[in-house]
Design a protein around this ligand. Structure first.
Ligand code: NAD
Length: 271
């Protein structure tokens, strides 16, 4: 029997970074489908962000597109101010925006290292901090959600799986592990829940070359015991559930959603 989750997040407002494409767009739509009003953050493609807003409003939901570079403190603070002006408050922040700037370690420039750390790690810090400040300012609304607020980091299987040729990216995701856990420890007494999703391979623009041809997809599938590449909606559904009261006792955890990529598939046939 199908379950109707359309009111699971009713009365709540969410901000999702990097929501004009891929996983962020799917998370924004899933949160909206479950009743939340959603801020669709984007950096450089207003048409794509407006298309996500339109999908949400056409389906009867509430959404607003706001531009901000998550690595810039003044832009993040201005975005949160605008979101709060429009919606009154926020209950959910999904720090999803992320980039890859790939290079061999020997050739990696400081600029390549710094850019990825700025967006993937500092950007999550800034958004988590602004979210937490707003939850504390607003105070409890037990009729709307058991928690004061929910912070969700988009991490990666590369939080735990080393990745040669992508040292800046893997380091940023390893950093998110302690950002999430330490923040969760510090904010639990405020009843703020902080968790991460660790996606495996999900079909989005960030890894287009890894699944765009049948040959590339077949090679990728050797890393995925469940034998399918994920889709953004997989992550959207998990994000909506993790931010709901059904997950109220979960904090400080990374939930890997990876078709078994973290099961060391190379050892499946005795190593
Ligand atoms: P994507 O490229 O579609 O999404 C990344 C989004 O972040 C884009 O919309 C981009 O415009 C936005 N962005 C980039 N820099 C920004 C900035 N400075 N400020 C605001 N927004 C910015 O790719 P995706 O796969 O949807 O990635 C989303 C998240 O999921 C990333 O954190 C990524 O590391 C993570 N992830 C993806 C996969 C995968 O297989 N696709 C696996 C593990 C983790």
């Amino acid at each position: 029997m199908a379950t109707d989750n359309s009111t699971r997040l009713a009365g709540q407002f969410a901000l999702v970074t990097g929501a004009s494409s891929g996983i962020g767009a799917a998370v924004a739509k899933a949160l909206a489908a479950q009743g939340a009003g959603v801020v669709v953050n984007y950096i450089g493609n207003p048409e794509a962000a407006q298309a996500v807003v339109k999908d949400i409003t056409d389906a009867g939901g509430q959404a607003l597109a706001l531009q901000a570079d998550v690595s810039k403190e003044d832009q993040v603070q201005a975005m949160f101010q605008q979101a709060i002006q429009r919606f009154g408050t926020l209950h959910i922040v999904v720090a999803n925006a992320g980039i890859q700037v790939d290079s061999s370690f020997l050739d990696m420039t400081l600029a390549q290292w710094q850019k990825v750390i700025d967006v993937n790690l500092t950007g999550q810090f800034l958004c988590l901090r602004e979210g937490a400040r707003e939850f504390v300012r607003r105070g409890p609304q037990p009729d709307i959600s058991k928690a004061l607020g929910k912070l969700l980091c988009m991490s990666s299987v590369h939080e735990v799986i080393p990745w040669a040729g992508h040292v800046n990216y893997a380091t940023s995701k390893g950093g998110i592990l302690q950002l999430m856990k330490s923040t969760a420890q510090e904010l639990a007494p405020h009843k703020i829940r902080v968790n991460s999703i660790g996606p495996g391979a999900i079909k989005t623009p960030i890894n287009h070359d890894a699944w765009a041809t049948p040959e590339a997809e077949a090679k990728l599938l050797t890393l995925i015991p469940y034998n399918r590449v994920g889709v953004p909606e997989d992550i959207g559904n998990l994000a909506a559930w993790l931010c709901s009261d059904e997950a109220d006792y979960i904090t400080g955890q990374t939930i890997f959603m990876d078709g078994g990529m973290t099961l060391y598939p190379g050892f499946a046939t005795n190593g």
